[in-house]
Design a protein around this ligand. Sequence first.
Ligand SMILES: C[S@@+](CC[C@H](N)C(=O)[O-])C[C@H]1O[C@@H](n2cnc3c(N)ncnc32)[C@H](O)[C@@H]1O
Length: 217
Amino acid sequence: MDTKSTYIPALRFSFLTRLYDPLMRAALKEEKFKRRLVEQASIQPGQRVLDLGCGTATLTLLAKQAAPEADVVGLDGDPAVLHIAREKARQGGAEISLVEGMSFSPPFPPESFDRIVSSLVLHHLTTENKRRTLEQAYRLLKPGGTLHIADWGQAQNALMRVAFLGVQLLDGFTTTADNVAGRLIPLMREAGFADAVETHREMTVFGTLALYRATRL
Ligand SMILES: C[S@@+](CC[C@H](N)C(=O)[O-])C[C@H]1O[C@@H](n2cnc3c(N)ncnc32)[C@H](O)[C@@H]1O
């Protein structure tokens, strides 16, 4: 697979994409950590927000709900998942924009956004594509703008390390290795986010889930 230009679908195989939302709701209690991430982002009226790798747009819609006066955009590389996202937005009557594109070559000019949020995307990317994606996030944020990430973090104990093997078997050992080794913060710092920090971590059935915050200088 050419990992420079392709993406791993939400549940690795396209035929499983329809099952993504029910699985996330049941197994990961996704709303709780996504609401926490949106709260952390503290989105203000009139701000422009990007959900990088928006998938079925659960986080994108929560961001719009929290800040109806904000301009909220979701970006994803997978047209099939964007189809589900558009259905959800239409059913909920939410005015969000959903754009097809890759996280490491996003189709937006520099300094387009005040906030970038992203959930469960970095562990789908090779180290090189994590670097490119974080560099693009830095480029897309306005000075003082902030990045808010939820993803698999460093395993906090042996049980969480074992639980994470399920994600690694599904999504691949190469793309998930940086997460479980605790390398997301160093990668954010390398991309220019000098103040990158972990703000929260919790144990889940799939391993340690962590939230991060970083600022564009
Ligand atoms: C596990 S899903 C997470 C979706 C959503 N953010 C959430 O939290 O439910 C990962 C998503 O990232 C997208 N993705 C993976 N690599 C990508 C890339 N390089 N550029 C854009 N989207 C990507 C996939 O298509 C998928 O929708």
